[in-house]
Design a protein around this ligand. Sequence first.
Ligand SMILES: [Zn+2]
Length: 253
Amino acid sequence: MVILLLIGVALMAYVAYRYETLTIGGAWTAFLVGAGIAIPFSYEGLLLLALFFIGSTLFGRLPTRTFKRETEVRTAGQVFANGGVAALLAFSVFLFADDELAKIMFISALAAANSDTWATEGGRRWGGRPYHIRINTRTDTGRSGAITPIGTMAAFIGSGLIAIFGSFLLLGGDWMFVMTIAGFTGAMADTAIGAYLQEERKCMRCNRLTEDTSHCGHNTQIIRGIPGFDNNKVNIACTIVAPLFAMAIFLLV
Ligand SMILES: [Zn+2]
């Protein structure tokens, strides 16, 4: 059974690579993440991962007015930033006697990744100009640390979707509300960390703020934040905050 699932994961990673959704490194990382989830949680865990992966890929390819239609090819770093912590938590089920807590933490991490992705995709499409929580003013669409009401609503729905499916698939319908709040909290932490700690870069040619290390064919310069603390690391933090939040609730009740 596990062998069949692993072959399925390898096929999915290969298809994603062929259709230029993932780089070769991204495809390998996706295989490791999938295997790390399939071995402890079988097809139930994989279904949840597929829901996150396929949902956010399709969402990311919907047409948009404010942004160019994105055909971003995800790298190993981006794949790990979204699914790495969830896979490590899934695997931790072998280390701890209490597999209910490991499942709750795994689902919460994935809910946070989905929540953050939906917030970004929903906000940049239908949110209008976002409000930046640190500089207290409206700012450019897509900037870290900026929020919109639509994006925040999308974050809640994105978290709830994974929490509800995860709860039915792995926890017999329990804990869905706690995991929804945990995932949403992770996404909100992502915004706060993105606003206050993430490095911010500027293109010295066109004066645009960007998250990319190069723009207009030249290297961009860091203008604030912790050097090296990029979007991937903020996403990893987001997927760590959510399971910790869920664990705190689990241990309190
Ligand atoms: Zn530029």
